[in-house]
Ligand binder design. Structure first.
Ligand code: ACK
Length: 222
């Protein structure tokens, strides 16, 4: 009996290949190392943490966990709504195990998470669940009006006690502000790109050169 008929995975997604995982982790660490030394970051520290008296070491603040990936569909072993329908999609069956190049176009940091925005191509969007953004509206109301694929991200770290699915919500919040016409306060031109501040401890670094990340479309049973 094929495995897919016995059970569904925890989630489907693109799993970054080992070499590029190291590169992305290093880029993220470099960014965090620089960010917490910036005067602008120190100025907005009260927005970032309640304990604004203390300095924050962002590399310690976020815990990293597991293999870097971009979730397409969280299935929860079949318990999540639409899990079976997603697993049965022709594109999912056809492209399972195939290699892709993901474009990581920005890094973002909030008091809860650090992540990379993934800008999906048309081909990649065929694997994106139609309701991924709508499923986030209870947390980010404006998510319903954002284009498909807006939630696509790689979680790079979470603050203590924060669930990784928060990274997608944090990204959607920033994109919703952009859609409303808020550009963010341009803080600094860094080597990696331009850094903007969106209030409430939310930072976005738009990468000058998007990172092209080789990834395999697959699933995790966990
Ligand atoms: O960082 P992520 O995208 O956020 O990768 C993990 C992965 O599934 C395994 O936990 C994501 N995840 C967890 N719960 C959900 C959910 N309800 N909806 C969407 N993604 C989820 C989590």
């Amino acid at each position: 009996v094929p495995l897919e008929e016995t059970s569904l995975p925890l989630f489907f997604g693109w799993f970054l290949l080992p070499g590029i995982q190291d590169k992305v982790r290093c880029t993220s660490m470099d960014f965090l190392k620089t960010l917490d030394t910036l005067e602008a970051f120190k100025k907005h520290l009260p927005d970032f943490t309640v304990d604004a008296e203390k300095e924050v070491d962002l590399e310690q603040y976020f815990q990293t966990n597991g293999a870097l990936h971009c979730t397409t569909k969280f299935c929860d072993y079949g318990k999540a709504e639409g899990a079976k329908e997603y697993a049965d999609k022709p594109a999912v069956k056809e492209l399972y195990g195939s290699a892709f190049e993901l474009s990581l176009s920005a890094l973002f940091v909030t008091p809860r998470t650090v992540g990379a925005r993934v800008s999906l191509s048309e081909d990649q969007l065929t694997l994106w669940p139609a309701d991924a953004e709508k499923e986030a509206v209870s947390v980010v109301p404006a998510a319903a009006t954002l284009p498909a694929g807006s939630r696509a991200h790689v979680t790079l770290g979470c603050a203590e006690g924060v669930e990784p699915q928060q990274t997608g919500f944090d990204l959607l919040e920033i994109l919703a502000l952009q859609q409303e016409g808020q550009e963010g306060e341009l803080v600094e031109e860094m080597e990696l790109g331009s850094l903007a501040y969106y209030g409430k401890g939310r930072w976005l670094l738009s990468l000058r050169e998007p990172v092209s990340a080789q990834a395999c479309f697959s699933s995790l049973y966990g």
